[in-house]
Ligand binder design. Structure first.
Ligand SMILES: [Zn+2]
Length: 381
């Protein structure tokens, strides 16, 4: 009997080789390191797993989220051509430079998220992971935060147009502002973003009182954390807020934006998570919905990001890693940050006044959400 394919991984060497420039912090090659780990730890050889190569998104589908004018400028920037009015659309900044082939790259990355989503909708897969996707900062007419095309907003819009209910959980350390904007007035998408507070980090928003408007009131949930927040605090907040909301909402498909920049080693942000948070969060999310579309996202420590994605993929596929020291090959450690060749970190906790401050802020946010949002979903606060 043929084995049913349940777990799809999108991977492309070409996408992993795309270069934002030597001085740019975004390194698509993380996906290649991740793919090497999957091979080394034997996480991609199960009969119910399949690797697919991303295919270019039909350009017409950009219009599901982006404006005609912006798409036109994206086309021009694809040839490396810069005109001064592009800056009004975020194109040509240091974060979002004009790069030869940037639209081709973005369309392929978005094509994988879109195709994966459609496979889930058709019941052809249970879990899809696209490490090349997750561009949650792209706005309808503005490139920002290294994001040009919002693959998530496009795929979710296609789903809700088909009448599906979608939940979105964003664990990237930065607020998912582009996705929030896309569905702020919509109750067909439950949007949850856990991130470092906008008081200390780009994109400087994502506060708990941004709860949606009109029909979308109560369907946009922001969980900002104080600088320094560790696994204990993060996970206690996650447990109190996220499972009850997603359970009450009963989505057909759950999106996960799995940025890895909330990790303590990330150079661009200030939270203190270890791999333990990612394993716990992914494992709980997996149990909340039978169909999962997971994407990559931020993560500026390339080796750590690759390790977190490998653990996340294993968790979503329900695979126990047999040899957690397989990274130790020929006496060489996999990467400089790897803890003795293991994918998993040692425990790390903040203490003293820092711990108290993070805890206090977390308690305040939890109380706010339980009071203002839970009742709108019929959850007893
Ligand atoms: Zn990020």
């Amino acid at each position: 009997m043929e084995t049913k394919i349940q777990h799809i991984l999108f991977y492309s060497d070409a996408l992993a080789s795309f270069d934002y420039g030597a001085n740019h912090p975004f390194k698509p090659e993380r996906a290649k390191l991740f793919y090497e780990l999957l091979n080394r730890y034997a996480l991609i050889f199960e009969p119910n797993q399949k690797i697919m190569i991303p295919q270019r998104l039909d350009e017409k589908l950009l219009r599901l989220f982006h404006t005609t004018k912006y798409i036109e400028l994206l086309r021009l920037s694809n040839c490396g051509e810069f005109t001064i009015n592009m800056l009004d659309f975020g194109l040509g900044s240091s974060d979002n430079p004009i790069l030869n082939g940037i639209l081709d790259f973005s369309l392929e990355a978005a094509g994988a998220t879109y195709e994966g989503t459609m496979m889930l909708a058709r019941g052809e897969a249970e879990v899809v992971f696209n490490p090349h996707g997750g561009f949650h900062h792209a706005r309808s007419d503005f490139a920002e935060g290294f994001c040009y095309v919002n693959d998530i907003a496009i795929a979710i819009t296609a789903l809700i147009n088909e009448g599906r209910r979608v939940a979105y959980c964003d664990i990237d350390v930065h607020h998912g502002n582009g996705v929030q904007e896309a569905f702020y007035e919509d109750d067909r998408v439950l949007t949850i973003s856990l991130h470092e507070s906008g008081r200390s980090l780009y994109p400087w928003g994502g506060f708990e009182d941004e709860t949606g408007s009109g029909a979308g009131k109560g369907f946009n949930v922001n969980i900002p954390f104080c600088e320094g927040t560790d696994d204990n605090i993060y996970l206690s907040v996650f447990n109190e807020i996220v499972p009850p909301l997603i359970t009450a909402y009963e989505p057909d498909i759950l999106f996960i934006e799995c940025g890895c920049d909330a990790h303590k080693d990330d150079p661009l942000a200030h939270l203190n998570l270890t791999t333990a948070s990612y394993e716990t969060v992914l494992s709980k999310l997996k149990d909340l919905c039978p169909r999962i579309m997971a994407t990559g996202g931020g993560g500026y420590d390339a080796h750590k990001t690759a390790a977190i994605w490998a653990l996340s993929w294993a968790t979503l596929c329900g695979i126990k890693i047999k040899d957690s020291f397989a990274g130790l090959v020929g006496g060489m450690m996999y990467g400089p940050e790897a803890h003795a060749g293991s994918l998993e970190d040692e425990a790390f906790h903040v203490t003293g006044p820092e711990e108290r401050q993070c805890r206090q802020e977390a308690d305040r946010v939890v109380a706010y959400i339980r009071k203002e949002i839970f009742p709108l979903h019929g959850i007893r606060a």
